[in-house]
Design a protein around this ligand. Structure first.
Ligand code: HEC
Length: 281
């Protein structure tokens, strides 16, 4: 009999060899959709391109390509999910190849009324590849969640996840990650309470908080330390507005938050939320 330890070594060696084929890598073109009952459905790029509801459409204010207007092959998210169980879900969670995980409010992402904000999945046709993103070696594909009329419901740039490969219908962020919540007894009008909601929409796609969340792009902003504990109070808002005014390095991924996305007052509320969470480890 082969000793167990040898088996486990062989297994590790084998797992290492097959890893590139099983992990999500750039060039992966299957979209996984997990319905509200937790069942996964795989959509190939060919099936999505040939879907009767897929159409060519011009998308304006495209944040992945510098706010330009671009033509895409798109399918409305409501049509993509047609026939799948969606009831009971509060959030459509979009996971990207780079560890960005957007928590899109399901009511907004699944709105079908063309007079409102409508979300689509843009599909990169391998026969007509999209341009590379600025400073990156990859495009926004294989799938990119884009919006029409996003301003009607306060949808900001972090709700346009590019390089998306997985969409999941989920319960609310509050139910899944209680560690990120503010104290129950905090007044309803406390800035930290509003800041927490702004944090989920604008920061949580990249940062875990107090151990809660799925994102792996940036650091947890409470563990082991919270930025309000080591940034000078005057520097933190400046860092959020323009990280490169505080530090320079090659792989600067933390985005500069524009004033038309979050006002100074919004940034103050987010910082109040960070400071509040420092007392809730
Ligand atoms: C697109 C991903 C992304 C988003 C969105 C994002 N961040 Fe970051 N953030 C990062 C990354 C990555 C870093 C680590 C430094 C780097 O590589 O730029 C970082 C660094 C930071 C730091 C500095 C931590 C340190 O110790 O140096 C703070 C503070 C911060 N982010 C706060 C925020 C807040 C608040 C928001 C929302 C308004 C936010 N971030 C949105 C990716 C993001």
């Amino acid at each position: 009999m082969v000793p167990t330890r040898l088996w486990s070594r062989l297994f590790v060696a084998f797992a290492f060899l097959v890893q590139p084929a099983v992990t999500a890598v750039a060039g992966e073109t299957t979209l996984t959709v997990v319905d509200a009952k937790g069942e996964a459905h795989a959509f190939s790029i060919d099936r999505l391109l040939a879907h009767p509801d897929t159409d060519t459409s011009t998308i304006t204010g495209d944040p992945a390509y510098g706010g330009t207007s671009r033509q895409y092959r798109v399918i409305p998210l409501t049509r993509l999910l047609a026939g799948l169980p969606v009831a009971g879900a509060d959030v459509l969670m979009a996971t990207a190849l780079d560890g960005f995980v957007a928590q899109l409010p399901a009511a907004k992402a699944l709105n079908a009324d063309p007079a409102g904000a409508v979300a689509y999945l843009a599909i990169e046709d391998p026969a007509a590849p999209w341009p590379k993103l600025k400073g990156k070696d990859l495009s926004a594909g294989p799938y990119y969640v884009v919006w029409r009329n996003p301003q009607l419901v306060g949808i900001g740039p972090e709700a346009w996840p590019y390089q998306t490969v997985r969409l999941e219908l989920k319960e609310s962020v509050a139910k899944r990650y209680p560690a990120i919540l503010v104290a129950d007894n905090l007044p309803a009008d406390a800035p930290a309470r509003r800041g927490g909601a702004l944090f989920v929409d604008n920061c949580f796609a990249c940062h875990k908080m107090n151990g809660g969340g799925e994102a792996t792009v940036g650091p947890d902003l409470n563990l082991p330390m919270n930025p309000t504990e080591y940034f000078q109070p005057s520097v933190l808002p400046r860092y959020l507005r323009d990280p490169s005014s505080v530090r320079h390095w090659a792989d600067q991924k933390m985005p500069a938050v524009a004033a038309d996305v979050l006002s100074d007052r919004d940034l103050e509320a987010i910082i109040a939320y960070l400071a509040h969470l420092a007392g809730r480890r």
